[in-house]
Design a protein around this ligand. Structure first.
Ligand code: ADP
Length: 979
């Protein structure tokens, strides 16, 4: 029995066709259960199989289109489907129409499947036979089981009888046992009595014998009872064992009974299913007939399916287009949001514009007036020309009369006076410069023969020809351009802390190229890059300068930096002002730089220099403006116009008013609201305010920043002063020194490269990774660079966020920077340590010029998330090196970085990624867009890099703007002097 139950005979027979029988052969009841199922099982298998085959068929056809139609985006190196969270498993994507059964199922069958179906029908028939055999065998088994059951039942009856007998005997034995115990008690009693009587009636022997006999018989009886008792116990034990057997047999009987009942029910089930089987077989035979029709239909359906697949493909394309459109709509919405934000801030600008409009009207009026003046001058001039013509005619007549070699001195006064008037007319009409006019006038006063010769030679020529002939007389005497002297605290590359140093050097070089004479005066810091100064030498001269009521000696050094003449001032002051190991950040910075400003002017005065422009920069040398007008112009240094450039209104150089006295300025005279008094602390003076008030030209470093600082929010307290002096205030966008910042010639780079040859850029990236110990495993991993002073203005919290975000997005990040703010420095040191050995992050917290060049060259993108940014140079440098900027829309960044997705900007100007809000969400959007474009569309990225590298960020156009400002101011100054 057990061995039969160990095999599922039906499944064994059918195992070639059905592999789904997973019956557990250790469970007898389940073993029996599997056998009745084959026929129904088979039909079910058949249906499942045909449906799955259909699905496979469908997927073969649709898999290519469905896989390509899934849009994906990069998120942290993972591929994410941003739009959809549907399950794209084949089951879900199968059209529901294919899940039908019966005739519809059959409609889906292909020729091959039909063969499968027929062979399965054959198998089914065979299996039905096998099922019948199995049924017979099952019945036989049942008979045997029933016979076994009968025998067992008899055995059970017998055992039950024996059990009853045993129970009765046990009962008797129990009674006997109590009887014996009673007897033993009596015996004990008798013994005691006997012992008592023995001691008193020892002489009664008869009684004694009687007692002995009785004891003897009782003992014998007791022994026999004991034996009987022992045998009864054994019998009870054996009966107990038999009873257990009977119980076991009972349980077995119950199990058998259950099995029997189950067999009967399954048998019935089998019989009913067997009766259905012929129906299934007949259904299959009709199916066979239908199959032929259906195969035709299948072909038709196949065609339809192909068409449907085609349509599905088209639908997928349309879907993609829709998604593209959706993305565009999203972008438009965000730019609309930005525009709204911008609109709010532009309301303020609107008011400002209204003001400007009024001012323009005023200007137009005054222009009209000056036009009228000029017209009247012209009329005057024309009169004088007519008079001159008359005189000339007279002279001609006279000259005809006189001999040709008559001396010049003999020319009539009228001749010379007419000549003078001619020159004045050209001056007033601004046809010749004042200086030229002065020289020509001198010649007339001296009755110089050369001028009368030129005049005679010009007869009959047009006015332009005459003017150039007259200017030919002055060209040898006048200077070819302007004489500009910069007085500054920084100059790249010898003394550079930030952008100021770059501007002083870059602007000076550009002006020099334009033909102007440019000089620079700097403090002689101990911490300068002396190796970048050419021919440094001390002059054999000592300049004494006033400070704190005394005169202090100063040594003057000269040398060239980037081809420019530079004067370095070394004070011999006990405080060793520039011998501190650092440029700024000293407790006495106000004193250090007010001292320097004064000694710089003292030097110009004593050197007898006559500059046209003295250009001072930032609060450190803004003292030059009031010092010039209050002290040095009266002393004779009065040839110049003063230009002041504020590179950052955050730093204004304020101190107690009395501190001004040290450099000789009159604090009582200057500590007034319209002069140097700080706008928020009235007992303090403000150096930048002094620069604004006392300069002829005031500039800042970008047009947007110039607008921002005129608002209460951006002006850091100086907005009202700037509004008062708005006529002379303008924003000129900085440029960069394209000789120093040139990847094609940069000596700091591993390999030089250009926009047409970007292989070098890739090599620089690899070199930097090696140098900094970053992973080179993934060539395509984007490298994000950041070079900055770590101050709140630069958006340090956003820089920190960008480090982690880049890591999350699967990029590499390199930061070069240092902070003068201790807690920021400490915080970044913590981050630097945390990532000390990381594969993808490196923070280098120091100033390192050469490393900065290699980072610009290696970076794919460059981050500048400033809260405010007067101009910013790093975005321009990074573009020149092919690192695409990711910048916040503020100040100069707003004037130089234009978002590639901003449809309001002409496409040729779009060059980077921008964001408006100074928060994590803002920077996230821009950084994610940049990394996605880098990864998803290398061709567009390359084009963007090349476009950025070709943008002209040189100083040429900015220097031209400064030149124009200088010239206008110089002309105005001379006009003022004349009047
Ligand atoms: P700011 O003048 O406000 O510091 P800019 O963007 O105008 O900012 O100019 C920064 C200049 O300083 C760039 O030339 C930049 O390369 C350089 N720079 C900033 N920090 C460092 C540093 N740690 N090492 C080298 N160069 C630096």
């Amino acid at each position: 029995m057990a061995s039969k139950l160990a095999t599922c005979f039906v499944c064994c027979n059918l195992s070639s066709g059905f592999n789904n029988c997973n019956n557990n052969y250790n469970q007898p009841t389940r073993r029996v259960m599997c056998s009745p199922f084959p026929s129904s099982c088979k039909i079910r298998h058949l249906r499942i199989l045909s449906s799955q085959q259909q699905k496979r068929q469908y997927h073969k056809k649709t898999s290519s289109s469905s896989s390509s139609s899934q849009p994906s985006s990069i998120d942290g190196g993972r591929t994410i489907d941003p739009k959809s969270n549907h399950d794209h498993s084949p089951h879900n994507s199968t059209p529901s129409a294919l899940n039908v059964n019966g005739a519809e199922q059959a409609e889906q069958l292909s020729g091959g499947q039909l063969e499968d179906l027929l062979s399965m029908i054959k198998n089914a028939e065979k299996n039905i036979l096998l099922i019948n055999q199995a049924r017979v065998r099952a019945l036989e088994d049942l008979q045997k089981v029933l016979a076994e059951k009968k025998a067992l039942q008899a055995e059970v009856n017998d055992l039950e009888m024996r059990l009853a007998e045993t129970d009765a005997r046990i009962e008797v034995a129990d009674q006997e046992k109590t009887h014996v115990e009673l007897m033993e008690g009596q015996l004990e009693k008798l013994r005691n009595e006997l012992a008592e009587k023995g001691s008193t009636e020892e002489s009664n022997a008869e009684l004694h014998d009687l007692h002995n006999d009785r004891i003897h018989s009782l003992t014998e009886e007791l022994n026999s009872v004991r034996e009987e008792n022992a045998s009864l116990k054994n019998a009870i034990e054996s009966f107990k064992i038999q009873l257990n057997d009977v119980k076991n047999n009972d349980e077995r009987l119950v199990v058998l009974e259950k099995e029997r009942l189950y067999l009967e029910s399954t048998l019935k089930d089998l019989e009913s299913k067997l009766s259905i089987s012929p129906e299934d077989v007949s259904e299959l035979s009709t199916l066979r007939v239908e199959c032929k029709h259906l195969s035709d239909k299948v072909e038709n359906l196949q065609l339809l399916l192909d068409k449907a697949t085609e349509q599905a493909n088209q639908a997928v394309i349309v879907l993609e287009e829709n998604q593209d459109l959706q993305r565009k709509v999203d972008k438009l919405e965000t730019s609309l949001e930005e525009a709204n934000v911008y609109k709010l801030s532009s309301d303020k600008l609107l008011k400002y514009n209204e003001l400007m409009q009024q001012k323009i009207k005023l200007l137009e009026n005054s222009l009209q007036k000056s036009d009228e003046d000029i017209n009247s001058y012209i009329q005057l001039y024309q009169q004088s020309v007519n008079e001159f013509q008359d005189t000339l005619d007279i002279l001609k007549k006279e000259s005809k009369r006189k001999t040709l070699d008559e001396p010049v001195e003999d020319m009539p006064w009228e001749f010379w006076s007419q000549l003078l008037l001619l020159i004045d007319g050209w001056t007033l009409e601004k046809k010749i410069a004042v200086d030229d006019a002065k020289l020509l006038r001198e010649k007339v006063w001296k009755k110089d023969k050369s001028i009368s010769d030129v005049y005679m030679a010009c007869k009959g020529q047009n006015e332009d020809g005459a003017i150039s002939a007259f200017l030919g007389l002055t060209s040898s005497a006048t200077s070819p351009g302007l004489y500009v002297i910069h007085i500054a605290a920084e100059m790249a590359p010898v003394a550079k802390v930030g952008g100021l140093g770059d501007v002083v050097c870059g602007l000076s070089k550009a002006l020099q190229k334009k033909g102007h004479l440019v000089e620079i005066v700097l403090p002689k810091y101990d911490c300068m890059q002396y190796d970048r100064i050419g021919d440094l030498r001390a002059l054999d001269v000592v300049i004494e300068s006033y400070f704190d009521g005394q005169l202090f000696k100063n040594k003057i050094w000269v040398g060239t930096v980037e081809g420019l003449p530079v004067y370095f001032i070394e004070p011999h002051h006990p405080d060793k002002f520039f011998w501190r190991g650092d440029f700024y950040g000293e407790r006495d910075d106000f004193r250090r730089f007010s001292y320097f400003s004064r000694v710089a002017l003292e030097f110009l005065l004593q050197a007898g220099k006559k500059p046209d422009i003295i250009h001072c920069h930032d609060w450190q040398t803004a003292f030059v403006a009031p010092l010039y007008w209050d002290i040095y112009a009266p002393k004779g240094l009065n040839s110049a116009r003063i230009c002041f450039t504020c590179h950052n209104f955050e730093y204004q150089g304020t101190a107690a008013a009395s501190e001004l006295e040290s450099c000789g300025l009159d604090s009582h005279h200057l500590n007034r609201p319209d002069r140097m008094q700080d706008n928020s602390a009235h007992d303090r003076v403000n150096s930048v305010k002094g620069g604004v008030v006392y300069s002829n030209i005031v500039t800042t470093v970008s047009p947007t920043y110039a607008q921002e600082v005129r608002t209460a929010e951006g002006g850091k307290g100086l907005h009202s002063t700037l509004s008062t002096h708005s006529k002379k205030f303008i924003g000129v966008l900085n440029g960069i020194d394209t000789d120093i910042w040139n990847p094609a010639t940069d000596p700091f780079l591993e390999v030089q490269y250009s926009a047409n040859d970007l292989q070098g850029k890739a090599e620089n990236k690899e070199a930097l990774r090696k140098n900094l110990g970053l992973s080179s495993a993934d060539v395509k991993r984007p490298l994000v660079g950041c070079i900055t002073r770590l101050v709140p203005q630069k958006g340090v919290h956003l820089i920190r966020h960008a480090i982690y975000l880049t890591l999350e997005l699967g990029g590499q990040f390199v930061l070069l920077g240092s902070s003068p703010v201790p807690h920021i420095q400490r915080e970044f040191e913590g981050i630097a340590n945390h990532f000390k050995n990381h594969d993808n992050i490196r923070l280098i917290l120091k100033y390192d010029e050469s490393l900065s060049h290699t980072i610009y060259a290696a970076s794919d993108m460059f981050i500048i998330p400033s809260i405010f940014e007067p101009c910013g140079l790093t975005q321009m440098i990074s573009m020149r090196y092919g690192a695409v900027p990711i910048a916040r829309k503020t100040g100069g960044l707003n004037d130089s970085v234009f978002d590639i997705d901003d449809d309001t900007i002409p496409s040729q100007f779009r060059n980077g990624f921008t964001f408006l809000n100074a928060d994590e969400k803002g920077i996230d959007g821009a950084l994610v867009r940049a990394i996605n474009l880098f990864r998803d569309d290398p061709e567009s990225w390359k084009q963007l890099v090349q476009k950025d590298m070709n943008i002209d960020f040189s100083w040429d156009s900015s220097a031209a703007q400064y030149e124009e400002l200088y010239l206008k101011s110089v002309t105005r100054g001379r006009a003022v002097k004349r009047t």
